[in-house]
Design a protein. Sequence first.
Lengths: 319, 372
Amino acid sequence: MDVAAPPAVDVRAFTRRFGDVTAVDSLTFDVRPGELFGFIGPDGAGKTTLFRTLVTLLVPDAGSVRVLGYDVVTDLWTLRSRVGYMPGRFSLYPDLSALENLRFFASVFGTSVEEGMSIIEPIWRQLAPFADRRAGALSGGMKQKLALCCALVHAPEILFLDEPTTGVDAVSRREFWDLLDRLRDGGLTIVVSTPYMDEASRCDRVALMQQGRILLVDTPAAIRAAYPRPLFAVQAPDRLGILAVLRRFPHAAAVWPFGDVLHYTDARAGMDDGAIIDEVRAFVQANGVPSPGISAIPAGIEDAFMWHMAAGTAGEQVG
Amino acid sequence: MRVILFLMRKEFLQVFRDKATVFQIFFIPVVQLLVLSNAATFDIKRTSLAVVDEDRTTVSTGLTQRLEGGGRFRVVREQPTTAGVEFALLDREVSAVLRIPHGFEADLVRERHASLQLQVNAEEGASAGIILTAAQAVLADYTRELGMTMGAAGVVRGPVLTIATQGWFNPSRNYKHYMVPAILVSLTTIIGLLLTAQNIAREKELGTLDQLNVTPITKGQFITAKLLPFWLLSLMIFTIGLLIGKFVFGIPTRGSIPLVYLATAVYLVVALGIGLFISTFTNTQQQTMFVAFFVMLIYLLMSGLFTPVDSMPRWAQWAAEVNPVKHFAVILRAVLVKGAGWEVVARPILILAVGGVGILTLAVRKYSKQAH
């Protein structure tokens, strides 16, 4: 990753409205060349609007959006042959075979499957047995790999993937991210969006988006490390009962269910973990719930996002 | 441009792979033309008739026989009283009731004048008119004949005026010569317009339109590649229809066939352009279907294909001037049936050409704005 090189994506105060709704609100960020950059956020955060603008399908209402140094409005024709885009929904021809789809997209980019094979070979290898099967009849994971091949066959310099793993099984998702790793290692800049928090940790840097704004941008490690308060895992048989009690605890900053445990964040920074555990335990017992198992844990990406999202929403309500 | 060829190859691949589309393009029009041309006719062949013969004389039976003998009427009820005939009309058992009152023959002989009653089911105005005309013709013939057999005491007074009519261009008044071109125009319009509109709506629905829009394909290339295949397919359908019309229904082809094709080629640009335009503001195939059918229904019904434009109200006649179907119908009938040449159809072809350029410009503008 070359920090000094001009950014692969350079977005300054980009705003896009649809009628009265501001889908993207004065967004500013950049993506460095060779980076695997992730956008995390709930549905409706503005991720798709942002991606559609980055790939020249939408025009910004305000601000500047530059990809590979080209403006998405004025230089769109230069840009279109250098950008790869895989929309969230499967967007290939279901009635054409896998190979026919690939051949078609290669041809409209003025290249051929043979020319593009060096780039897509690792992915195509897995698809080759199904080359003559209609794209509509492929499994979810295979469809997604085919879409990736079609987005890569013209050897783009940057790849935009809008929620590529939504609706794909866990194994295929992991395989897909392994492919992205390999592509990034080959020098390709990749911008990806996902609603899955666990996928965020596989990016070089992630941006948390909510309501058209970026709440924070950093490396996954830095985001985890920057968790501002002490965090504890609380284990109890009656999860919902203890959740209700903990939320009444005067020092509780956040209590969220995480699988079969609760994540409890104390509002007091700089206090000794042991002292907090004792206090929480005493409060829970005083409220008639048997003593839970409590242990201090490091924050995960998801904790960090939940925290920032709650803070973002609170800020929205106040402001 | 090579890209256009690649895009077109993809369209043809998709069309011929999809059995439903192939069926829609080649089978349905043929069947419709064959079935509709035979069925959609105003010709009165055998009108079911009830005769209430209260007179029961030679003259009254002779009249009944004459009506039946002409081949255009079928006497399904013959009865001495009116009992039940009204219900038979209501029930559509008969289309007309002829009542010969008591004393018909006597009146005719004595006063040289007698009355008959003919009741016709006028639910469908046009066919009622035709039944009436046919019945009057039989009656007139019969009266004249009676006049002759009765000699000097004949029923018809004064000089007998006969009008000899001759239909030009379609002397046998073969209804198919009128109907087959109309159905051909409708089918070509429906298939061409619908295929184009549906095809682009489908790309939108699939999300592949976005995928195409991020490629270096220009709007002009895209639209050319979309229109050309369906233009060719529509011309093929038209050709199949024309061959069926000629060899199955024997419609005349008096004018120049290249002129017919020139007009069709220009007309199809308009029809496909309308389809393209519709698809620029719809998002799904279903929406497209609704809008396209709405538009086509108006165009077809107001075109003069099935009811003459001349009998429409003034505003509708003006509206028909901007109806491409009307102009195409005029050209087709003029060239095929009347053998008209370039000097007659130049104006409507020019109007179509202007319309084609107009609608395509509009569609391309609208499409470009949308797709950025």
